[in-house]
Design a protein around this ligand. Structure first.
Ligand code: KG4
Ligand code: ZN
Length: 343
């Protein structure tokens, strides 16, 4: 089947074409430059930029795949979770094409897209434990079969990507900051500052990251005597490059510790030998390294999508949608977006 995937759940406008489950094109138009100056995503701006870009992104995906719109046999579109205004733009575009070309439409859960992104590059046997770790979500799932997922644990407060982004903002590194922290941390000492590792005793597979940003702020303010500007970032020049690298590495080490231990423990308790890590934060090089070490020591398999399929993209939506369409699933053109759609 030739599938067009469309993804606009947050701040990236994306489209992709899949032919018989093989990726032919994947186009992502990032809005980082739009939201960067605000230090976070501005939902109204995100929707407006999706409106301005979505048709051009779809056209680009089709032309790179050398597929005419008339040859598309099914449309897969993210219907949630995400920002409601953003979701509606992609969904409306998808419905318009499905209606005018009389082709089937299927709504895809964004989290299922992340969960299956790794299949774009290799087949993995079920069951597996999935650590889904992004800017909006941090959860552990047991994936029993395509479409059969059970949540084992989730964050009680911030997502891990959100923690990275808040730390980066505080350190004056811009937004989104996960990738910058990853890069700077390579030149820093992860043991320079010991940040607290939160765990919830009765719920070992749940996470909590909100205490970390408070710990970072307190460390900066009280111990290093750093003051902040009106945006909450350290004053320019207040910290040396070496200190910033050490803080980035130490912060990253704490986040990675908090992600690796519960995921590996969940796989052991459930008797599952495979782990899949996905979502934007799964692009983190230290998380990848530490997860390899922890699973290698226990003879577990671990799989990560390539970095371009870790962050938001439409290839993963097309893939998850293709499997649903192949199973005969269809949605009506009355399909609505749901901001807090559960998996
Ligand atoms: O999956 P994604 O693109 O969007 C959501 O669905 O949230 O994830 C974006 C998040 C951001 O918080 C970003 O800072 C983080 O993923 N991220 C990273 C890295 N690359 C992206 N965090 C840590 N290290 C990275 N290399
Ligand atoms: Zn995502």
């Amino acid at each position: 089947m030739i599938i067009l995937g469309i993804e606009t759940s947050c701040d990236d406008t994306a489209a992709a074409v899949l032919v018989e489950r093989h990726l032919r094109s994947s186009v992502v138009s990032s809005q980082d430059a739009v939201h960067g100056p605000y230090g976070g995503i501005v939902p109204e701006l995100a929707s407006r930029h999706h409106v301005a870009n979505v048709l051009a992104v779809i056209d680009a995906a089709l032309s790179r795949a050398e597929i005419a719109i008339g040859d598309v046999e099914g449309i897969a579109v993210t219907r949630g979770p995400g920002l409601i205004g953003s979701l509606l733009v992609g969904l409306s575009a998808a419905k318009g094409i499905a209606f005018s070309k009389r082709i089937p439409l299927v709504g895809v859960n964004h989290l299922e897209g992340h969960m299956l992104a790794v299949f774009l590059e290799r087949e993995i046997a079920f069951p597996y434990v999935a650590l889904l770790v992004s800017g909006g979500h941090t959860s552990i799932y047991l994936a029993r079969a395509p479409g059969r997922y059970r949540r084992i644990g989730a964050t009680r407060d911030d997502a891990a990507g959100e923690a990275f982004d808040k730390a980066a903002k505080m350190l004056g590194l811009g937004f989104p900051g996960g990738r910058v922290i990853d890069q700077l941390a390579r030149g820093g000492d992860g043991g320079a500052v010991r940040f607290p590792r939160a765990s919830i005793r009765e719920h070992p597979y749940d996470f909590s990251f909100s205490g970390l940003k408070t710990a970072l702020r307190e460390r900066l303010r009280r111990d290093l005597g750093v003051s902040f500007d009106s945006t909450g970032a350290v004053r320019a020049g207040a910290l040396s490059a070496a200190w910033i690298a050490d803080l980035a590495a130490s912060f990253q080490e704490a986040v990675v510790d908090m992600l690796v231990a519960p995921t590996v423990a969940a796989a052991a308790e459930l008797g599952v030998s495979r782990i899949v890590v996905s979502g934007g934060v799964s692009a983190n090089s230290r998380l990848r390294q530490r997860m390899q070490e922890a699973t290698g020591a226990r003879s577990l398999e671990v799989h990560f999508p390539s970095p371009r399929f870790c962050t938001d993209n439409a290839a993963m939506i097309a893939y998850a949608g293709a499997r649903r369409l192949e199973r005969g699933e269809r949605d009506e053109l009355t399909l609505n977006a749901v901001a807090s759609l559960p998996l």
